[in-house]
Write a protein that binds this ligand. Structure first.
Ligand code: GSH
Length: 213
């Protein structure tokens, strides 16, 4: 039994895409992170910081997107979304999967918040270094771990699509081309559709749309 704790249009949406790529049955548990009063305390028993995503698989809980991705791809190897232990491409796969949350996400968030800081002051370094690294990689490599689509692409493409849409990341040709070759997949489209439908049930979004925002 695979349970997926999710909120639409959030960081958890990357894991929804991954779920669809895996092609295994799962039960989606909607956590309304935008509800008045915040996420209920009871959810802390699943995710100590009350954040989505989280999964529960055969009685064990996994949190953090990178860990969830690694866990699920190893638990369901038939999906072919991760190089196996001992395969050379596994190094780049793990590096980029973790980079998405450890470097890309906080560097973009710091930029979006207008922070001014020295790259050496934070583990994620400067926005400019991150940008150059990602651009170089996506120029040199078809997919981020090499020649094959992996769960690291789900994370990176999901992140790039969202932050480029918010104008927090420049529309570099390398990013636009990468999104074209990663997001045009049936699983990505199914995930988008499901997320959209779920988002339409969230009172905070209904209010936002009613105000025309
Ligand atoms: N490091 C976490 C971050 C997850 C995260 O930031 N989730 C946000 C949604 S975008 C959340 O659940 N926010 C709800 C809250 O903080 O109350 C991961 O990658 O899994």
């Amino acid at each position: 039994m695979l349970k997926f704790f999710h909120a639409p249009w959030s960081r958890s949406s990357n894991i929804l895409w991954l779920m669809e790529e895996l092609g295994v049955p799962y039960q989606l548990e909607h956590i309304d992170i935008r509800q008045k009063g915040g996420v209920p305390e009871a959810y802390r028993q699943v995710q100590p910081n009350k954040k989505v995503p989280a999964i529960e698989h055969d009685g064990v809980v996994v949190t953090e997107r990178a860990a969830i991705s690694i866990y699920l791809c190893d638990a369901f190897p038939q999906a072919g979304l991760a190089p196996k232990v001992g395969e050379k491409e596994r190094a780049a796969y793990l590096t980029w999967l973790v980079y998405c949350d450890a470097v890309f996400d906080p560097a973009v968030a710091a930029r979006a918040q207008g922070w001014k800081y020295e790259g050496s002051s934070f583990s994620f370094g400067s926005f400019e270094d991150m940008l150059a690294n990602v651009e170089r990689r996506l120029t040199d490599s078809k997919f981020v771990a090499g020649g094959t689509f992996t769960a690291a692409d789900v994370m990176l493409a999901g992140n790039i699509a969202y932050v480029m849409g918010q104008k927090w990341l420049p529309e570099k040709p390398a990013f636009v081309d990468y999104l074209a070759r990663t997001t045009d997949r049936p699983a990505a489209k199914r995930a988008q559709q499901k997320d959209q439908e779920l988002a339409m049930t969230v009172p905070a979004f209904a209010e936002m749309f009613a105000k025309g925002q």
